[in-house]
Design a protein around this ligand. Structure first.
Ligand SMILES: [Zn+2]
Length: 433
């Protein structure tokens, strides 16, 4: 049914990888980018032509941090529903997290995720495996087996690796397979059961907070361990001024350290917790303005490599409870584009940098394919209408999760067409399923 040739016409091509920024026509043949032509260039007969006037044609967006919840918590999300959410948000590829039930700490479960993803036929999935068996922070998992099965990264996300000796060995072992280790930085002794950022807001609300230093000390520790081992360290959901400073300095030292920040951490402050809304409960917690400002600076100056959503769907069972008892996390995939473009409108970052943070940067951080519209590359393409105004309605999310602090927000910017390997998986005239 689908034509072999699709032409995206009249759009603005914005590709940080090749430096192209301007009116171009994109021709896609047999799942690959066949040509980036001047707007008036004649196109071969028989192509399906899609008009992209007023829109940006960008490399498919890539999210380094997504919880798909399968196996084990399919009531929160399945690989299929998570990938529907991904493409609705403009993402053509996601890195899945291993803190499922059971934990993905072996090649068999890595293959399970890849098989399910292939069946879904929507966004691509790059699975990650656990740093330690069962994410218990004790014995290292089998990185070589998992990499052979398709894993691109190791992480105990959701939990810090508290033992620095284990962390050192993890970095050394992962280095042998050239795999990054992503870290969830939270010193549990300093956090001491706190449920939000420690500061004036936690004091006012009478909620137990924990200090930004719980993140800072772990980031500093792991940067030194990356220096000691020469391993690849990726700081997940970085949220503090201290962490931004530490990563900036690590890069200056030439260490193999990368970092990501989430839309919620650069958009909201701990004031969002003021109504005890559990949709504002996450880990790391929402921080005070000085930390948000530091993260914005890190996004602008290149310290932070990627915007990642930490998409973390939960059901009402986990969220409709007292604040202290609620699970951490929010639905992230479907609101990332407008929240990122809001930074452009505020003048924090430019348009090209926004796309770099959502696509080229994440691919570079983990050495993933994609992140470019170069001729010959797989046609993973996202078309964004930067002017589209819409209201965030969690009830109509493609994700099974409804836990978003952005419900009711009027936002601007949306992915209107998403192609994976040249196939339209969201928007356009057809949908895959
Ligand atoms: Zn996470």
């Amino acid at each position: 049914m689908r034509p072999e040739m699709i032409v995206l016409q009249n759009g603005r091509v914005l590709d940080p990888a090749t430096g192209v920024d301007g009116a171009r026509t994109v021709r896609i043949e047999n799942g690959r980018i066949a040509a980036i032509d001047d707007p008036g260039a004649r196109q071969p007969a028989g192509a399906q032509v899609l008009d992209c006037a007023g829109r940006w044609i960008v490399p498919g967006l890539v999210d380094l941090h997504v919880h798909l919840r399968e196996p084990g918590e399919e009531y929160k999300e399945t690989i299929l529903s998570g990938l529907r959410s991904a493409v609705a948000g403009g993402f053509t590829a996601v890195v899945s997290m291993p803190n499922t039930k059971p934990v993905i700490d072996n090649a068999h479960l890595v293959r399970f995720v890849l098989d399910k993803a292939k069946e879904a036929g929507l966004a691509k999935v790059y699975p990650s495996g656990a740093t330690t068996k069962g994410q218990k922070g004790e014995a290292l998992a089998e990185y070589g087996d998992m990499k052979s099965a398709g894993a691109v990264m190791m992480t105990d996300d959701g939990h810090p690796v508290m033992n620095p000796g284990i962390m050192r060995r993890a970095l050394e072992y992962a280095k042998a397979f050239d795999l990054p280790i992503m870290v969830h930085e939270e010193d549990l002794n300093l956090a001491a059961g706190g449920c939000m950022h420690e500061g004036t807001v936690s004091m006012r609300l009478g909620l137990k907070g924990f200090p930004a230093a719980a993140e800072d000390v772990m980031v500093l520790r792991d940067i030194e361990l990356a220096s000691l081992t020469g391993g690849r360290l990726h700081i997940g959901h970085l949220s503090t001024a201290g962490a931004v400073r530490a990563v900036r300095e690590a890069k200056r030292r030439g260490l193999r350290v990368t970092a990501e920040a989430t839309p919620h951490h650069f958009t909201l402050t701990d004031e969002a917790v003021a109504t005890y809304d559990t949709n504002a409960k996450m880990c790391p917690p929402l921080r005070s303005q000085e930390h948000v400002d530091a993260v914005l600076e890190g996004l602008a100056d290149g310290t932070i490599d990627a915007i990642a959503t930490d998409h973390a769907p939960h059901s009402s069972v986990e969220k409709d409870v007292e604040f202290e008892r609620a699970s951490n996390g929010i639905v992230g995939l479907e609101t990332a584009v407008p929240l990122t473009l809001a930074l452009v409108r505020r003048g924090v970052i430019g348009e090209k940098r926004a796309i770099e943070l959502l696509s080229t940067g994440p691919c570079r951080a983990f050495g993933l394919p994609g992140g470019t519209l170069a001729v010959g590359a797989a046609a993973d393409v996202t078309v964004i209408d930067p002017a589209a105004e819409w209201t965030v309605e969690p009830a109509s999310f493609e994700s099974k999760g409804r836990n978003s602090p952005f419900g009711g927000w009027k936002v601007q910017g949306r992915a209107v067409l998403v192609m994976v390997d040249g196939r339209i998986v969201h928007g356009g005239e057809q949908r895959s399923r």
